[in-house]
Design a protein around this ligand. Sequence first.
Ligand code: MG
Ligand code: MG
Length: 650
Amino acid sequence: MRTGIATVCLSGTLKEKMQACATAGFDGIEIFEQDLVTSSLGPEEIRAMAADLGLHLDLYQPFRDFDSVPEELLAANLRRAEAKFRLMSRLGMDTILVCSNVATASIDDDDLRAAQLSRLASLAGEHGVKVAYEALAWGRYVNDYEHAHRLVERVDHPNLGTCLDSFHILSRDWDTAPIEALNPDKIFFVQVADAPKLSMDVLSWSRHYRVFPGEGQFKLAKFMGHVVRAGYSGPVSLEVFNDVFRQSDVERTAVDAMRSLIWLEEQSAQWLDAHYSVDEAGEAAEAVSEAAGRRRHPMELATLPRVAEPAGFNFAEVRAADPGALETLLGQLGFAFNGRHRTKNVQLWTMGHARVIINEEAPAAAETAISAIGFDVDSPVVAAARAQQLKAPAVPRKSQANEEIFQGFAAPDSTEVFLCQGSPDGTAAWVDEFGTPGGPGSGAGSQAAGAPQALIDHVNLAQPWQHFDEAVLFYTSALALEPQPYAEVASPTGLVRSQVMTTRDRGVRLVLNLAPLLQQEGGPEAAPPGAAPRRTYQEHIAFAVNDLVATARAARNRGLEFLRIPANYYEDLDARFDLDPAFLSTLRELNLLYDRDADGEFLHFYTATVGSVFFEMVERRGSYDGYGAPNAPVRHAVQYDHLHQLKLTA
Ligand code: MG
Ligand code: MG
């Protein structure tokens, strides 16, 4: 697949954008007119630079509001077009995007439109330019790709074809199956963009909320599958208007963009495999091409090392600025200290199959935070090869002889993700590397008799606002997690966007929270003027146990500091669920939170926070599949209050 990207997707100057695209490995780019007009580089310099960078200049865009106009306006439009054709020849470009008219279209007449497009195609032909006509979703009269293609077929000029843009097609819910029947020689260009499903006018949706494939909810693999079966083999180019990407680091966004196309290519191949035999797909493309009087090779789709979804969490690691506070908290929760690592300054704490590493090798200035997550996978080597091909940055992990070497990658929020060999019984061989006594805790290496079984239920990571979509794609593509519909939770500092990523069997549940800006850069404990902003958002690791009430009682007896839940909450809970008074008073007494839905019940509690980390204990009853979302605003408000108190007493 030939990969491309429109310069409008990225921040920076045209020069910076081109360099970032080349570094990320794109074959070609679309030059967005605004980027050229504002560039200090002349057309010849841009052409030379693209050649030096090995970037093909695929498409010049956009040319707006050409068709469906009165004759006097048409003359002006043709003059405008000719100026662009001359410019394109200086750039060495041969394809221009012409959008269906949205503003000045005053005549709804396909005969007239075809005649006007025919004149444009003839003029373009004189300059060696090809016109790719695109039906905008909000085009005044032409807003459907089949309509645009019918006009192109009718004009039947070698210099006129269509551009298929997944956003304009999928935002309108147009059926994508008919793409297969389009004449591939008349498809001049294909643009792809994903988007979240939003209820808003389609123009604003398109201009601000497009995202890279895999970061939204469009069925892009199916769209691409139909494009491949049509026999198209030209560039597949990202055209993503997104307010965040346009102000993010250009090189990083370009890599995120490239990752989305690598992933889409694989997903499209899988979609074709699932729906057609390989021969059938090839034959269809060949048959269509033959019908058009030309033979062409169907698009080749590269695949990636295949991985199954991870089976579960192997461990979670907390970087400790204040190890003592974490040791106390884990001990009070009922975790056993399993000793220190024999060569590294890290401790292991376990409760059943829940394993928490306290890493004391952190730099002195670092705040206590979740620093790494280990996932159980079938084959760490295959999973690592896949992540590498998806351009996930590898992280070095020093290890001594005979120690297990984990393959690790940095997630977009810089959390380290390790790929570990899963075992059917949930144990981990590397645990044997721990056990040197001498640390705190009681009964090193063994769990207290009668201690509850537990496992990591979910991990909740706060995401910087500029890397949120990138994180969704990272976990989708590299780890085969599936994004669930996202929720928004009220907090005193703003709405927290909460994106759950899971495996199908829920062995892994990862919650990505987009924290409000105030929580990220200031908030109640903002850094003093002149100092670097402190992260004040909070992240947590949740452990599932079989008997939450017993776990809470035991923790209370060990002196655990619970997050204190206000009395108002319990009154509301009673009003909503009509709970047994004895049960309600147990909940109140132990600061437990409760939720119930058609699938089952959920009991949970939170600990106080150390640095930016707190812990949660949960009990799932029946097949409850959520996270106590109605209780999340209570948690945010209490934690906010607590931070305020800290600030006032500081
Ligand atoms: Mg487009
Ligand atoms: Mg939670």
